[in-house]
Ligand binder design. Structure first.
Ligand code: NDP
Length: 463
């Protein structure tokens, strides 16, 4: 049956999900092809997680230099070259892109350069070529969304922000999600003056309320301006300046750039999906079941294009689960509910499991353990940053439902705690675990007394 098709699997989109699913399918002997209309590696590698994290590392160097005097260092007035950092970052992206190309080649996956468009339930057109495959995997990712306000053409997105020719002295960022707070941290630490415009009271809607309030306070403490409950009505250019007019306010924000980070939408346009009967859901995301199957037999989708949990490791896990099921006779469904996540803001955030509010909403009677402290390093560094840690525990079963942290190395620490939650760890087991001393992480195993904080406290950012 499969022999009537040129490929067993053809993947549209060579980002994290598409590459992972294609390689796994090929490793089980599938004849696999993949197409990509931009650079192989996708959003995460080329214009997302990786370049962003490299800039975050650059920004942390600024912090270290600032704090060095407290440890006896005299550092002559440092200079910083944004173009040098961008060039170094680009060299690393080029290196990774080459590695991904090699990986596809090594796995025996045939790469077609160009945009894929479905021209039949088993047929994809790429340029002049039409390929046929028994199964098609849609893995085209997402792109930044820009609201239709006057002057929006003057705004930039995270993609341009990663390649600005010069470091902006003044930057307005609209949005309070992952991307907004990460870029706010980078540009503020590197010497820019950042103004964040958010609709709500605090950044990172959807995260635990203590995470949200703590990060918002830390961002303000680092010198950013956060305009809460605010919105930009229109944007105009005045010479080299950008002017952002605020809703219901005479206030006009002037900046070198205005960066919009107000969410991403699935890349489903021009793929011919509706023509072959594939159902699209809200935001035109590809509608899939828990096996990543669309409503059309043989067509699957993974990653941001399905708008489930839009994280690179989740896209990879979904893609591998698909390949295990379809090519290894090993039915595998991926459950993202305990997927940890980190926000590389300054300071960083990391979390796994349920927030306090989610736990209550699901009917758990809970105990909350909360600690906010000055880490040892800052007794000498002169910094007044504080670390926040929190555990949410189910009172009946003693199981830890959620771990949350704002502070240095949060992502590195949370990865280990995610394993504990995956194993169903209880608070008693956390308590029995010996701490590593002196570290911040040990606080996660030494919090003894539940906090008495009211369950629904709210926070409003400094305006
Ligand atoms: P998010 O969904 O995280 O946040 C969107 C933000 O924009 C929210 O603060 C939202 O406000 C605000 N917003 C939405 N519409 C408007 C509007 N019209 N005007 C003003 N503000 C608006 O989106 P991001 O773009 O930051 O990131 C996209 C996705 O990429 C994330 O959800 C995440 O899954 C992924 N990502 C993950 C990273 C990581 O793992 N470290 C890093 C970067 C991205 P409100 O809160 O009021 O709704």
């Amino acid at each position: 049956m499969a022999q009537q098709f040129e490929f067993d699997l053809f993947t549209i989109g060579a980002g994290s999900g598409g590459i992972a699913g294609s390689r796994r399918a090929a490793s089980y002997g599938g004849r696999v092809g993949i197409c990509e209309n931009s650079r192989v590696g996708g959003t995460c590698v080329i214009r997302g997680c990786i370049p962003k994290k490299l800039l975050v590392h650059g920004a942390h160097v600024a912090e270290e230099i600032e704090e060095a005097a407290g440890f006896g260092w005299t550092i002559p007035v440092p200079t910083f070259s944004w173009p040098d950092l961008i060039a170094a970052k680009n060299r690393e992206i080029d290196r990774l892109n080459a590695i991904y190309l090699q990986m596809l080649d090594g796995a025996g996956v045939e790469l077609l350069e160009g945009r894929g468009r479905m021209v039949g339930p088993h047929a994809v057109q790429v340029g002049d070529r039409i390929v046929t495959a028994q199964r098609i995997l849609i893995a085209t990712g997402s792109r930044p969304v820009l609201p239709p306000i006057p002057g929006i053409e003057h705004a930039i997105t995270s993609e341009e922000a990663l390649n600005l020719p010069a470091l902006p002295k003044r930057l307005v960022i609209v949005g309070g999600g992952y991307i907004a707070v990460e870029f706010a941290g980078i540009f503020q630490a590197l010497g820019g003056k950042v103004t964040l415009v958010i609709r709500g009271d605090a950044v990172l809607k959807g995260f635990d309320h203590d995470v949200r309030s703590h990060l918002t306070q830390e961002m303000v403490r680092s010198g950013m301006t956060i305009l809460a409950g605010a919105a930009v009505d229109r944007i105009e250019r005045a010479g080299t300046d950008i002017r952002a007019h605020l809703h219901n306010s005479v206030k006009v924000l002037e900046a070198d750039h205005i960066l919009y980070a107000v969410g991403r939408i699935p890349n489903t346009g021009g793929l011919g999906l509706r023509d072959v009967g594939v159902e699209l859901g809200p935001l035109d995301a590809v509608a899939v079941d828990e096996w990543s199957r669309t409503n059309v037999d043989g067509i699957y989708a993974v990653g941001d294009v399905t708008n489930r949990k839009n994280l690179t490791p989740v896209a990879i896990a979904e893609a591998r689960a698909f390949a295990e099921t379809a090519f290894n006779d090993n039915p595998t469904r991926f459950d993202p509910s305990r997927a940890p996540t980190a926000v590389f803001s300054m300071p960083p955030v990391a979390t796994v499991g349920l927030s306090e509010t989610e736990s209550r909403q699901r009917g758990h009677a809970i105990d909350v353990y909360h600690n906010c402290f000055r880490p040892l390093k800052h007794t000498l560094s002169g910094s007044n940053r504080r670390v926040m840690m929190k555990l949410v525990v189910d009172r009946a079963s003693d199981m830890v439902l959620g771990c949350h942290m704002v502070g240095a190395d949060a992502a590195e620490i949370m990865q280990g705690l995610a394993i504990a939650l995956e194993c169903g760890a209880t608070k008693t087991q956390f308590d029995r675990t010996v701490g590593i001393h002196p570290s911040s992480a040990e606080e996660f195993v030494t919090m003894r007394e539940p906090s008495q904080a009211p369950p629904d406290k709210h926070f409003r950012a400094n305006v």
